[in-house]
Design a protein around this ligand. Sequence first.
Ligand SMILES: *Cc1c(COP(=O)(O)O)cnc(C)c1O
Length: 361
Amino acid sequence: MLNKELEITLRKADEKQRKPKPDQNSLGFGKYFTDHMFVMQWNREKGWHEAEICPYHPFSLDPAAMVFHYGQEIFEGLKAYRGPDNQILLFRPLDNLNRMNKSALRMCMPPFPSDTVLKAMKALVYLDRDWVPANEGATLYLRPTMIATEPAIGLRTSEEYLFFIIMSPVGAYYAEGFNPVRIYVEDTYIRAVPGGVGEAKTGGNYAASLRAQNEAKKKGYAQVLWLDAVERKYVEEVGTSNIFFVIGDELITSPLTGSILPGVTRDSVLQLARDKGIKTVERRLSIDEVYQAHDSGALKEAFGTGTAAVISPVGELCYKDRVIGINNGKPGEMAAMFFNELQAIQRGQSEDRHNWLVRVG
Ligand SMILES: *Cc1c(COP(=O)(O)O)cnc(C)c1O
């Protein structure tokens, strides 16, 4: 099925189906959706079929659709940026689609042809290009998703799937400045176990994280820092971002052990760091070591990496009631440098040395 080129049909929204554009200054995150979407279907007989760019619309699904019962669902998140001369740019979109295919494999969902879906994605963004915000820092967020749709409630792998891409104009993440966040080191709940589904972007991981997130919020923390599930000792991720620490002259992040989401931003930061001759280390780092590094003065910075915020500096950690400040609660030098460099590349304002950008249209 994968070698037969999939045909993509185009059905444009008519005047009545088009929505007014939201106020560019109060976009927030994921509240508004563009005029069009991409949809395709899968079944065993036809493989992927009925690929269509069409007006944004609600789905009608059978209440027995398997996604509602056993959570066979995967998704991705990436952004389109407005570059110089109003060019629309995608940042490493094939990395997201290839990662989604890995998530599909883990969740027993059918693989899709990444190149064809990239083509559809580009056509979709181009069609809704007026929705890509022009404001400094604002972007168009893309959400590719796949769900199991077969109406059957016996527990097994679904035989029917729906793939779609929706898009949402989102405001600048740091509308109030590039400010560090306070992070709660979670020692009760866990996110993912070795052999589990932590490295797949599948809905259940996020549903399972809400309780810890809510409790941390109540205590005044923005996010939780997840520790490994076995020893409750090693730092893994922060919220839906990967995490980096600068200790001495080393930039340290957790290795991809299977319980960590392999972030595209993580990979980009590691690459930029190597380009600059910064010593990068992917190794297990215990929370005790982080605290010891703080006490000895070796802990310089901590920051999260992810598509939504790009870089999110950490200003404070709380672990078992011991609170430490990092870099006096100010963004670190490396965090600021990676943030500026990545943003400049994503917006086509500096040289794209690694061919990360894909031009739309
Ligand atoms: C999406 C995600 C990330 C970040 O990945 P990016 O590709 O950099 O956006 C990190 N951790 C988790 C758990 C995620 O879901």
